[in-house]
Design a binder for this molecule. Structure first.
Ligand code: UDP
Length: 254
């Protein structure tokens, strides 16, 4: 079967044209980047695990009423999604100080924050994704005040729900990044959760040992990166039965 037309290639995923208008196929690669792509590598099996983990988390979120772009998983590395217009803002939520917050404000990594903190970053690789405020977002027209209301509301629900879900399997949700998109249905527009939720864009620490189970293992050369992603999937009860190595290579949908 002819390969579908590639529309976009990002650092960790590729988007292909979907089988019908308004859909896309999201393909998860094993490529990993950090520090705005200055560090590059491969984490074997990461794409398979992130595809499955993101499917699982988006399904659970849909069940509690958070609208998402996810339709269904097609195979080990691909999922069918609704085509959305991505809002160029990375929304970060933090529960425990880590990463750039710890560095920038001089807070010891691991300090529990007095309340969850939401931050926004403008999605622009050339500018190194600068942090912005709601003022910039509305002044430059990246999202309206109404859009931001929906986004903050959904983000806080996502944080509450995922914090509980991970806690149930012995994992602390330290922080994470989400992206949203505009889904057009005729003249109607609604904002939905897009992109992915996986150990690539969450900080996940074992609740007992504080061991890192996320991309920081790659960023900071801690080793056992693959194993950490597998452990997250295992604890969520979703490790792919066939294992993570899809030796057949990418399989396109029927
Ligand atoms: N994050 C992400 N993509 C980015 C930047 C951050 O997914 O381009 C996630 C990151 O994995 C972490 C959270 O957002 O879970 C907060 O990241 P931080 O600002 O601390 O930046 P970092 O230390 O990763 O550079």
């Amino acid at each position: 079967m002819a390969r579908r037309r590639q529309l976009y290639e990002g650092k960790a995923k590729i988007l292909f044209e979907g089988p019908e208008p308004g859909t896309l196929v999201q393909y998860f690669k094993d490529d990993a980047t950090a520090f705005n792509a200055q560090k590059k590598g491969t984490i074997t099996g990461k794409g398979v695990l992130n595809n499955r983990i993101s499917e699982f988390l988006m399904q659970r979120l849909a069940e509690i009423g958070v609208p998402t772009h996810f339709v269904r998983r097609l195979n080990m590395r691909e999922q069918l999604i609704r085509e959305v217009e991505i809002i160029p803002i990375e929304v970060v939520v933090r529960n425990i100080a880590a990463g750039s917050l710890a560095t920038r404000l001089g807070i010891v990594e691991g300090t529990r924050l007095p309340r969850s903190i939401v931050e926004y970053y403008y999605k622009n690789d050339a500018l190194n994704d600068p942090m912005v405020s709601e003022e910039h977002i509305s002044a430059f027209g990246w999202a309206s005040a109404q859009d931001m209301d929906d986004i903050v509301h959904m983000t806080l629900r996502i944080n509450d729900f995922l914090t509980g879900l991970f806690l149930g399997v012995g994992i602390s949700l330290v922080d994470f990044k989400v992206e949203f998109g505009r889904l057009w249905e005729g003249e109607e527009m609604r904002i939905v959760l897009a992109d992915e939720i996986s150990p690539d864009n969450c900080r996940l620490w074992d609740t007992k040992t504080n061991e890192k189970m996320d991309k920081d293992r790659f960023r900071r050369d801690l080793g056992k990166v693959e194993e950490a992603y597998q452990e997250v999937a295992k604890r969520l009860g979703i490790l792919p039965e066939a294992g993570v190595r899809d030796l057949k290579g990418p399989e396109m949908m029927q």
